[in-house]
Design a protein around this ligand. Sequence first.
Ligand SMILES: [Zn+2]
Ligand SMILES: [Zn+2]
Length: 273
Amino acid sequence: MTTKSNLHTHSTFCDGRNSIEDMIKAAIDAGFISLGFSGHYHTGYDFDDVQLRDPEAYFCELERMKQKYAPDFAVFKGLELEGHILGGVRPVIDPRCDFSIGSVHYLSTGGEFYTVDYLPEEWQRASDAFGGPRKLIEAYFEDYLCFANEMPFDIVGHIDIYAKLNEKHHFFDENESWYQPMVLSYIEKIAATGKIFEVNTGAIGKKYRSTQYPANFILKRLHEIKAPVILSSDSHSTDTIACHFEETEKLLKDIGFTEQMQLTERGFVAVPL
Ligand SMILES: [Zn+2]
Ligand SMILES: [Zn+2]
């Protein structure tokens, strides 16, 4: 395994199962040299129990851990920001962040909110409300594109997470003629913002699907257009901190990638895969 870090990590401060320090210890055991934390930050989503309950305590604990494990092991402070706007105002990225991930987990229409990565019934209701899978996926990418254009986050999180439940529930056919061209046109527009694309193994860790986000056809296009990528486990527990990393590194190399991005104290740098 050449990957020596993971920036997409959750803890008991949001919806993770283990403490920040337990996740750090698991990362050290996995041979990592650093670990970044990406607590969910969904400003205004009062109904949302996965988000950081106490951001002040979260940043305070991250600073304590940063000091405790320096200089041998680096701890990076981050957030996983939500792209769907509630109340029409985007949050400002907390200046304490070393990095941030931008993800879209929610869509809304007709005054109703829907998650696209949670319950199959909810996905179906969302699809009905939007007028079918094609319209829903288009709305998702429109939201994502605005988000990427308007917010200076570093990493595009799990870009095709709306397909999380599709392997088991077949809401839409990923080989239908409209699907891949539409997705790839948005991928190119989002890549033009210069952000790093996450290659996220989280759904494999949680056994929702057998492959990473993004799907292989997206990874191939990312490689063709020379978009930077970063491997991440979206880990919510110590046992998935480097889940499927070896296999996914091999996949990336087979597609033609020779490097991925890594966060250092000097910012993001490219490292060999
Ligand atoms: Zn997420
Ligand atoms: Zn996450």
